[in-house]
Design a protein around this ligand. Structure first.
Ligand code: ZN
Length: 351
């Protein structure tokens, strides 16, 4: 926020208000006569767009100052993070990676606290979008132009302007407006580069997946694990056994982790096990996983079979908060919906 305080109507530049468009034209707007009738037509189609367009050219941030001068530690961290080992960014003649342009203008977690952050106009435009239901935001792309290299010691200043607002567009995410801001970055007062940043401010598309969400996800069955699922269909929990070294493995894998052997046969689990570890899922809610389908919390357990291998599954027959490490359990097969049966474990004691 700039220091203007309050949120009353902004005087803006000089703008006479365009009646058809409603209050808040703000910017330079002198649309009259024939223009006004065209704009009335536009207004009927998309009054919000006309309001938004009035913000084009207005400041999004003014007289910004980089919190730190261009400096070697930041350059080193950046290069390590992105894996750029170029010698150009090290040593006495080092320059900063050009793509760091925006980094020098960022406010960090605490933001720009010296009044140089987002302008009231920018906040106002966002409020207009939020108020019209375009509440979500996603960054879509950025473009940079470099005018001069940045070197340690350069002091950064910048100005950001709302460059353009697109007409309303519908994307996979939803319907909204692309807003492009342009930041002109200076180093010790000289133009150093331009950073254009585009976001989509949108109203999320309605999802229509209710019937699907009530079912558990389908297992992915492939050549490496189809035998396991064939066993489940016959109510048998099959453990793979390496025929070279006899190591048991679950879940199924194409090869033996102990000896590398590719040959295997199977052993049928006897069904006895104990809870080796467990977590309770509270959020997000997946009703299909809850024992009574109410979406409430449910226990996910790592069960150690008597044969020594472990399997992730559900413990049934006790409340989720009675599951405990070391609890004896035994195998059952649970039909979760008409197309899916899964191995689960019933607590052998009351909990
Ligand atoms: Zn082996």
């Amino acid at each position: 926020m700039s220091g203007a305080g309050g949120e009353g109507p902004r005087a803006g530049a000089a703008g006479p208000r365009v009646g058809a468009v409603g209050p808040r034209s703000g910017a330079e707007g002198t649309r009259a006569g024939a223009d006004a009738s065209r704009s009335a037509e536009t207004a009927e189609r998309d009054e919000l767009f006309a309001q938004l367009r009035a913000y084009e050219g207005r400041a999004a941030a003014t007289a910004g100052r980089g919190k730190d001068p261009v400096n070697e530690p930041m350059i080193r961290h950046w290069c390590e993070a992105v894996g750029d080992a170029s010698p150009a960014y090290r040593g006495p003649d080092a320059v900063a990676p050009p793509t760091m342009l925006q980094a020098w203008t960022m406010g960090g977690l605490s933001g720009h606290t010296d009044g140089t952050g987002r302008s009231a106009a920018y906040d106002e435009m966002f409020a207009l979008l939020d108020g019209a239901g375009y509440t979500s935001v996603v960054a879509t792309d950025c473009e940079q132009e470099y005018l001069r290299p940045l070197r340690p010691g350069d002091r950064i200043t910048f100005d950001t302007v709302i460059e353009s607002v697109s007409p309303r567009k519908t994307t996979k995410l939803g319907t909204g407006y692309f807003v492009t801001t342009r930041t002109d970055v200076r180093a010790d007062g000289e133009p150093a580069g331009t950073h254009r940043f585009r976001i989509l401010k949108y109203r999320p598309a309605q999802r229509t997946e209710a019937p699907e969400s009530a079912r558990r996800p389908r297992p992915v069955i492939n050549r490496d694990n189809s035998g396991f699922w064939a066993g489940v269909a016959e109510h048998r929990l099959l453990i793979q056994r390496c025929t070279d070294c006899a190591t048991l493995r679950l879940p199924w894998l194409p090869g033996c982790n102990a000896c590398g052997g590719a040959e295997w046969d199977t052993v049928e689990a006897g069904g006895a096990g104990t809870v080796f570890s467990h977590v309770v899922m509270h959020h997000p809610s997946f009703p299909a996983f809850a024992p009574d389908g109410d979406g409430g919390p449910y226990a996910v357990a790592l069960v150690e079979l008597a044969e020594g291998v472990r399997i992730v599954s559900n413990v049934i027959g006790v409340p989720y908060d009675k599951v405990r490490v070391g609890m004896p359990v035994h195998l059952e097969f649970l039909r979760t919906d008409p197309d899916l049966e899964l191995p689960v474990f019933r607590a052998s004691e009351g909990g």
